[in-house]
Design a binder for this molecule. Sequence first.
Ligand code: TXA
Ligand code: MG
Length: 321
Amino acid sequence: MYNTTIGTDIEKAKALLAAGELVAIPTETVYGLAANGFNEAAIAKIYAAKNRPQFNPLILHVANVEQAEKLVTEIPDACKRLMQSFSPGPITYLLPKSSLVPDLVTAGSSRVAIRIPNHPMALDLLSRLDFPLAAPSANPSGYVSPVSADHVMQGLHGKIPYILDGGSCSVGLESTIVGFENDTVVIHRLGGITAEQIRLVSGTEVRTALSHAAPTAPGQLKSHYATSKPLLIGDVEPLINAFEGKKIGLLMFEHSAGIAVEKEILLSPSGSLEESASGLFRAMRLLDQSDLDVIIAQRFPDTGIGRAINDRLERAAYRGD
Ligand code: TXA
Ligand code: MG
C-alpha cells in the first residue's frame, strides 16, 4: 500500500519512474498510469494496479518523432503525414516494433502503439526521460477513464505513490488508434482525432475496423468505460417511460428532454460536439455517484467526434460478456 499523493512536481515524477515506480500523468485525452516502458518489472506493476488482463497491450508515450523512431522499424509515408498534422495530439500509431520494445508492452504482438501526447506537463516530463512511458488510462480496468487527478485518486489510491496534477483533460476521450495496411489507414479505435480529419491528410484510403474482442484484435473489450449503474443509450422518451417510477439520470447533448426526471445533464447547450466529448466522462461519473437507479443517454449526431462519443456510450451500455 502507498500513501498516494497529488502534486505538480515533475522532478519527483521523473525520480519515481526512473526507480521503477508508477506515476499517474495528465494528457490532453485522459490521465495515464505510467511506468518506464523499458523496465518489465515496472510494466508488470501497471497490470497489477489496474487489474488489467495481460493480453491487453500498452501504448508507449514519447516526447517527439525522433524518440518514436527508435521504437519502430519503419514509419509508412501515410503515418508521417498524420504525424505532421496531428502529433503531438490525441492519436496513436500501430507500427512494427523494434527490438528495444519489451514483449510485455505489446502483449507479444509485432506492432507497438506509439503516441506523442499534447499536454505541456506530459511533454516536459517525457523530454526529461531517456525511456518511453508505457501508459494505459489510469482507471481500474473496465471503469470510466479519469479526466482529473481526483478521478485517478478515486480509482487507484493506495496502489500508486504519486499523481501528477495537470488539471482537467481538454479532449476528454482517449486517442484515436490507427494502423497501416497496404496503403490503407485502418482506424481501430475512434477518439480525439476524427475519421474526417484523417481522411483529409492521409492521402490513402481510410477504413474503420473497430474491434470488440481480445486478445487477437487491437482496440478494447466491448464492455468498457462502464458505469456501475445500468446505462442505456437510444431514444430517451420511450426509455424514460419504460423506467417509470425509477430514479432516472439523463445525459443529453444540447436540448433538455423536457421530461421531469431526478437529474439531467446537458453536455453542450451551445451544440458543440467537442465540448460534449470533453465533459462526457466527468458527467458519467457524476451520474454514477448520484442517487439514481438508471442512466439514460441520448444518441449523439454520428459525425466528427460524435461517433467517438456514441462508441463510448455504447460500450458503457453493453452488459453482455
Ligand atoms: O488517449 C489514450 O490513448 C490514453 C492516454 C493515457 O494516452 N491511453 C489509453 O490507453 O487509452 P488504454 O490502454 O486504456 O487503451 C489503449 C488501447 C487498448 O485497447 C489496447 O488494446 C490498444 O490500445 N493497444 C495498445 N497497444 C497495442 C498494440 N500493440 N496492438 C494493438 N492494440 C494495441
Ligand atoms: Mg483504457
